[in-house]
Design a protein around this ligand. Structure first.
Ligand SMILES: Nc1nc2c(ncn2[C@@H]2O[C@H](COP(=O)(O)OP(=O)(O)O)[C@@H](O)[C@H]2O)c(=O)[nH]1
Ligand SMILES: [Mg+2]
Length: 359
């Protein structure tokens, strides 16, 4: 899963990227205005893996991961002016966005538009993305219409079949509403797959609160267009991510910080894209695997290895909570709490699974 960190220049994107990834990329009070992308992979914190690691005395602990890409250079005008090919491709390929909105005031870091106005900033970039989608939809509609005009009855029916969907999208975008707020059936979702519509992607809004404000976003009253949001102090979080764990803990205790907001952002962004984790555990390793919500045991097997999927016999499933409560696989079996499931079983978050397979 890959998420794009977006926002206006000097909102704190690279700072947040550093906070999330423990990276040390250069942040700057003067924005270069260049399109550039930094990419890094982070582990999704998961307390369950630590418990399982002890339970199985496992040699290795493998977390689910998220790839974050920090997109520098987004600003007013990208909708109309168009985006460079490679940069645009990368934006279209991400599974969702983390939209950084600046709420911090600073004399040394100029805001590109002069004053601090989070709602305006949020709407500015959203507006550009709406425009990009609208242009793409209009282009497609023109293509469909010319196909119908030129070929009449011999027109490509797959292409023509997209027309009602494209009209539905256009109506939404004309209202300046993001596509993600519409409901779609599976057929429509399949049709939209190749387009990489920006406003269809799920978004998590991160309000960069700055130094003086407590990480509490209750007092910020903008409308979020149904998007999830979280407030944090990006600069502070980035600094803490560079500390040794013990030093960070001491610092947090001193300032009464219970949990790093960066961890919250990672957890929230994992939930953003309709995925879930199932777990495998043994002496060799304990591991969290990422699959779509609603995936079957057969699909879960495929996430591990094609051979396990091909030779699928059954899945032995124990919900994590039961395993943690009873303390071992043996106890679970003795209590008759291990379930045998077939290929079409719908995997639940936190299922600990052993796949029996031939070959
Ligand atoms: N005072 C303050 N400065 C910040 C904060 N977050 C980022 N900055 C500074 O703002 C400038 C721009 O940050 P950067 O992450 O490079 O923004 P980007 O252009 O969105 O990538 C840098 O000088 C940062 O140190 C913050 O929470 N408080
Ligand atoms: Mg940057």
């Amino acid at each position: 899963m890959r998420l794009g960190i977006i926002g206006l220049p000097n909102s704190g994107k690279t700072t947040l990227f550093n906070a999330l990834t423990g990276g040390d990329y250069e942040t700057s009070a003067v924005s270069s205005g260049q399109f550039e992308v930094n990419t890094s992979v982070v582990e999704v914190p998961d307390e369950r893996l630590h418990v399982l690691e002890k339970m199985y005395t496992a040699k290795k602990r493998v977390h689910a991961t998220i790839t974050y890409s920090d997109f520098g250079g987004l600003d007013k005008g990208i909708g109309e002016g168009g985006l460079e090919g490679q940069f645009r491709n990368e934006l279209q390929q991400v599974d969702g966005f983390v939209h950084v909105v600046r709420a911090f005031a600073s004399d040394v870091v100029p805001h590109p538009y002069g004053d601090i106005d989070p709602q305006r900033d949020l709407d500015t970039l959203d507006g550009e993305f709406l425009l990009l989608d609208l242009l793409a939809v209009e282009k497609r509609l023109e293509r469909i219409e010319s196909e119908m005009r030129l070929k009449g009855k011999r027109a490509d029916q797959n292409l023509v079949g997209e027309k009602p969907l494209m009209e539905k999208l256009k109506a939404q975008l004309d209202k300046e509403e993001p596509l993600r707020n519409l409901d779609f059936d599976n057929r429509e979702r399949t049709m939209m797959r190749g387009f990489g519509f920006m406003t269809l992607k799920p978004v998590l809004i991160v309000i960069n609160l700055g130094d003086e404000r407590k990480p509490n976003d209750d007092d910020i009253k903008y409308s979020y267009k149904k998007a999830k949001h979280i407030g944090l102090q990006a600069a502070l979080e980035a600094e803490l991510s560079q500390f040794d764990p013990e030093d960070a803990e001491m610092f947090m205790e001193e300032y009464g910080i219970e949990e790093l907001s960066a961890s919250r952002v990672i957890a929230l962004s994992y939930d953003l894209t309709a995925v879930q984790s199932f777990l495998t555990a043994g002496e060799k390793e304990v591991r969290a695997w990422t699959i779509p919500q609603g995936a079957t045991a057969y699909e879960a097997a495929g996430a591990i290895h094609g051979d396990i999927q091909k030779g699928f016999i059954r899945a032995e499933v124990t919900p994590y909570d039961i395993l943690a409560e009873l303390g071992s696989e043996k106890e679970v079996k003795a209590a008759g709490k291990m379930r045998l499931e077939s290929k079409d079983y719908v995997v639940q978050e936190g299922d600990v699974i052993v796949f029996r397979h031939s070959g």
